[in-house]
Design a protein around this ligand. Structure first.
Ligand code: SIN
Length: 507
C-alpha cells in the first residue's frame, strides 16, 4: 500500500501540469500593497517553459504608472516598517524562511518550469536561496550602532545605523529565487521596504515568494512584486532608478545594463549594489590534484547550464598536465550530463533560457571553430531535444582573435587554454576589465597564498569550484560591480550611518 502511494505521488509530481500541482503558489497577478492586481493597462505577457516554449501562465505587464504606485506604496509602508524592532523583523524573516522550507518542492517545480534548470538544480537553488532568509533573520538582530570616544569632555557621540528607505531590487532569470532572497532578506532585515522587479523570463518564482511573504505576515506594502514584459522593462527600470522615493537600487545582471542603471541613478544620488558580469579564470597548476580539478570543473562550468556569473569562463591548464585534464574533462561531460526536460527523472541539465542566449553562445562557438578551435565534444545546438538546447562543448586551440577568448560565455561551453608559468597565467587571468570570481587548483601552499592575493577578483575558490553561501561576501571588483551581498556585509547597502552628537552635558 505504502509503495503504491509513493508511486502515485511520484507520478503526480512528474506528470501533473504545474498549474494544478502548485496551484496555491502559482500566481498570475502582481503583488502591490498586499493586493494581487493586474496592470492598469490590463495588458499581460506570457511566461514560457524554455524546454518547449509552451506558455505556463500570463502575468501583468506593469508600466511606469504601475511602478509609481508600487513605489508610493513602499514609501508609505516604510513609515511604519522602519519603526519595527529588529526582533520583529527577524521573526518575520524566520516565518518566511520556515514557509519557504515547507514549500521547497513546489518552489522547485515552478522554478524548473520557468527557468528550465533540472529539478536537482532547482532544489539546490531553493535551499541556497532559503539560507539567505535564515541568515538575515539572524543578522537583523546584530545591526548595532556605536558609541564613540568624544574628544570634548561634555559631549556624547554615537552612530546610529538606520534603514535608507525604499529599496528597488532588479533580479535576473538565472537564479530567480536566490537573487531575490539575497537582496530582500538584507533589505528587510535593515528595515527597508522593497519593490522587486523580477526578470520578464522568470516572474512566477518571484510571485510565489510574495505569496509566502504574505503568509509570513509581512505588512501590506513592505514587499511588492512588479511584473513587466521586455517591452516595458527598460522604462520601468528607469523609473526605479530616477524616482526620488527609491533610496537604494540593487541589481544583478550584465555589466552593460549595470552601467546604464548606474548612470540613471546619478540624478537622485541613490545607493547602489551592483552584482554584474564575470569572466572567471579557472587555473589548474601542475601541482594540482587533476581528478579534483576535473570534478570541480563540472560543477563550476555547468551549473545552471553555464548560465551563472561565477561560472568558470576561461580554463588555463599548465602544459605538462594539459592533455590529461582535457581527456578526463571530456569523458566526464559525456558520461555525467543528461540534457532534457528538467522536470523528468534523471535529467541533469536543461536548455538555455531564450533564443538570444542560444544565438549568442552558438555565434561564439562558430566564430572559434572557423578560426581554428578544436572541438572535443558538442559544438552546436540540439534542435531534436527542443528549441533551446545546446550541446555541452569543450574547445581547445584557442587564439586571441577568437571572440570567445575573453567574453563571458554564459552557456555550456568550456574553453581550455595552455600556460607555461605562474607569472604568465596571472597576467592572462587578470587581463580583463571585470573581476567577479576566480578559481585555481594547486597543492603548493606558498603558491596558494601568492595566487589568491594576486588574482584581481572579489571571490577566490582554491581547490573548490562552488563557493557561494549565505555566510560569504558575494561581489566583484573592477567592472563586476559595487558592494557585497550575503555575509554580515550584505545589509550595508540598505543602511545609512547617522552621527549623533549630544553637547553641553553636565558632568
Ligand atoms: C549569479 O550567477 O548571478 C549568482 C550565482 C551565485 O549566487 O552563486
Amino acid at each position: 500500500m505504502f509503495v503504491r502511494i509513493k508511486l502515485l505521488q511520484s507520478y503526480l509530481f512528474h506528470h501533473m501540469p504545474l498549474n494544478y500541482r502548485s496551484m496555491h503558489l502559482l500566481r498570475d497577478n502582481a503583488y502591490i500593497n498586499g493586493n494581487w492586481i493586474s496592470a492598469s493597462s490590463k495588458q499581460t505577457f506570457p511566461v514560457c517553459n524554455p524546454v518547449d516554449n509552451t506558455v505556463i501562465a500570463c502575468v501583468p505587464d506593469m508600466n511606469i504608472a504601475d511602478t509609481q504606485v508600487a513605489i508610493d506604496t513602499a514609501a508609505k509602508a516604510f513609515e511604519s516598517f522602519s519603526k519595527t524592532t529588529a526582533k520583529e523583523r527577524s521573526d518575520l524573516l524566520r516565518n518566511w524562511y520556515n514557509l519557504m522550507v515547507k514549500h521547497s518542492e513546489d518552489l522547485a517545480c515552478i522554478l524548473t518550469k520557468e527557468n528550465g534548470k533540472s529539478l536537482t538544480e532547482s532544489r539546490a537553488e531553493i535551499k541556497y536561496g532559503n539560507s539567505f532568509l535564515e541568515w538575515f533573520a539572524e543578522e537583523a538582530r546584530r545591526i548595532d550602532g556605536e558609541i564613540l570616544q568624544s574628544p570634548v569632555p561634555n559631549r556624547e557621540l554615537f552612530l546610529l545605523r538606520q534603514p535608507v528607505g525604499v529599496a528597488a531590487l532588479i533580479t535576473p532569470w538565472n537564479f530567480p529565487h536566490a537573487m531575490i532572497t539575497r537582496k530582500a532578506g538584507a533589505a528587510l532585515a535593515a528595515g527597508c521596504t522593497c519593490v522587486v522587479k523580477p526578470s520578464e523570463d522568470t516572474p512566477l518564482t518571484a510571485l510565489a515568494l510574495a505569496d509566502l511573504a504574505e503568509q509570513a505576515g509581512f505588512p501590506a506594502g513592505v514587499l511588492n512584486v512588479l511584473t513587466t514584459s521586455v517591452t516595458n522593462s527598460v522604462a520601468v527600470g528607469k523609473e526605479l532608478c530616477e524616482n526620488p522615493k527609491v533610496r537604494v537600487l540593487s541589481f544583478t545582471g550584465s555589466t552593460a545594463v549595470g552601467k546604464s542603471l548606474y548612470k540613471q541613478c546619478a540624478s537622485t544620488m541613490k545607493r547602489l549594489g551592483l552584482e554584474l558580469g564575470g569572466n572567471a579564470p579557472y587555473i589548474v597548476f601542475k601541482t594540482a590534484d587533476v581528478d579534483l580539478a576535473v570534478n570541480s570543473a563540472m560543477a563550476s562550468k555547468f551549473r545552471n547550464t553555464g548560465q551563472t556569473c561565477v561560472s568558470a569562463n576561461r580554463f588555463f591548464v599548465e602544459d605538462n598536465i594539459f592533455d590529461e585534464f582535457v581527456e578526463k574533462f571530456v569523458e566526464r561531460i559525456k558520461v555525467d550530463i543528461k540534457l532534457g526536460d528538467g522536470s523528468k527523472e534523471g535529467v541533469t541539465h536543461g536548455p538555455l533560457i531564450k533564443k538570444s542566449q542560444l544565438d549568442m553562445v552558438n555565434d561564439l562557438v562558430k566564430d572559434a571553430i572557423q578560426k581554428g578551435a578544436k572541438v572535443h565534444c558538442g559544438g552546436s545546438p540540439l534542435p531534436d531535444l527542443g528549441p533551446l538546447f545546446y550541446a555541452p562543448t569543450l574547445l581547445t586551440e584557442i587564439t586571441k582573435d577568437m571572440q570567445i577568448y575573453n567574453k563571458e560565455i554564459f552557456g555550456p561551453v568550456a574553453v581550455i587554454n595552455k600556460f607555461c608559468s605562474e607569472e604568465d597565467v596571472l597576467r592572462q587571468a587578470n587581463d580583463t576589465p571585470v573581476g567577479l570570481a576566480g578559481y585555481f587548483f594547486s597543492q603548493d601552499i606558498s603558491q596558494i597564498f601568492r595566487v589568491a592575493r594576486k588574482l584581481e577578483v572579489g571571490m577566490v575558490g582554491v581547490n573548490e569550484g562552488l563557493i557561494s553561501c549565505a555566510e560569504a561576501a558575494f561581489g566583484g571588483v573592477k567592472e563586476s560591480g559595487l558592494g557585497r551581498e550575503g555575509s554580515k556585509y550584505g545589509v550595508e547597502d540598505f543602511l545609512d550611518i547617522k552621527y549623533v552628537c549630544i553637547g553641553n552635558l553636565k558632568r
